[in-house]
Design a protein around this ligand. Structure first.
Ligand SMILES: *[C@@H]1O[C@H](CO)[C@@H](O)[C@H](O)[C@H]1NC(C)=O
Ligand SMILES: *[C@@H]1O[C@H](CO)[C@@H](O)[C@H](O)[C@H]1NC(C)=O
Ligand SMILES: *[C@@H]1O[C@H](CO)[C@@H](O)[C@H](O)[C@H]1NC(C)=O
Length: 207
């Protein structure tokens, strides 16, 4: 009888162990409705083991100024050099790029989004997840917020920038999205949500 009791206890103990261990592979995570998992093909973003999460913000990069002068392209080279230095020093878990990414009124129709490639190059090199939001200079005669976002999505594997559903924001302001950050990679609920709202700056020009 004593032996049976010990056996039952052992069984109960292993069952408890299985139940406790199970949440590491939370089955609910696998069946998340798509609107709760907007990044099914990208890594889930989570805090570091010490519970921190460092975000670096780059603002008003204004690439593409005066392509016809020496100082314009040189300024962009200097900006990417600074980005590389900041990324190496800070080693952020996420980067947010505020508008204006590009001085759109200085760009040419045929190559206005090539500057996105220059901007994302330092981020691609260190494989840091990031996203962006756009400003009034990113909506100009030869460029729109949508064009910049599509170029970024094409050229940066770790871009978390998304386009709002059809009818929200339009070509001049589709950059409305949220990015879930989890305390632990297998958590069901995010511990932090990064929201981006597109101001549709310069929309009134109606090009
Ligand atoms: C670029 O950086 C160099 C070296 O720091 C500096 O001398 C130069 O003035 C900068 N050029 C521009 C256009 O900012
Ligand atoms: C837009 O691009 C075209 C073609 O490159 C160029 O001729 C025009 O000056 C640009 N418009 C503006 C407002 O910069
Ligand atoms: C974009 O095109 C313009 C006009 O052809 C040119 O002056 C400029 O250097 C080009 N910019 C880039 C980054 O290739």
């Amino acid at each position: 009888m004593g032996e049976n009791f010990v056996l039952v206890l052992l069984l109960v103990a292993s069952l408890v162990q299985i139940l406790v261990a199970a949440p590491v592979y939370n089955p609910r995570q696998l069946s998340l409705p798509s609107q709760l998992n907007p990044y099914p093909t990208k890594p889930r973003l989570s805090f570091r083991p010490d519970g921190t999460f460092k975000i670096t913000v780059f603002s008003d990069l204004h690439f593409g100024e005066n392509a016809w002068d020496v100082w314009g392209p040189q300024q962009d080279v200097n900006s990417t050099r600074l980005m590389r230095k900041v990324l190496a020093d800070e080693k952020p878990d996420y980067v947010f790029i505020n508008g204006d990414l590009i001085t759109g009124e200085n760009t040419f129709r045929e190559n206005s989004t090539v500057y996105i490639d220059e901007i994302v190059a330092p981020l691609n090199e260190v494989k840091v997840p990031f996203s962006s939001t756009h400003g009034n200079h990113d909506n100009q005669a030869n460029i729109t917020h949508l064009e910049e976002i599509l170029r970024e999505q094409r050229d940066a594997p770790l871009s978390y920038t998304r386009v709002a559903p059809p009818g929200v924001g339009g070509e001049y302001g589709p950059g409305n999205y949220w990015v879930p950050i989890y305390a632990h990679p297998a958590d069901f609920q995010p511990a932090l949500i990064i929201w981006a709202f597109d101001s549709r700056g310069q929309l009134m020009l109606n090009y």
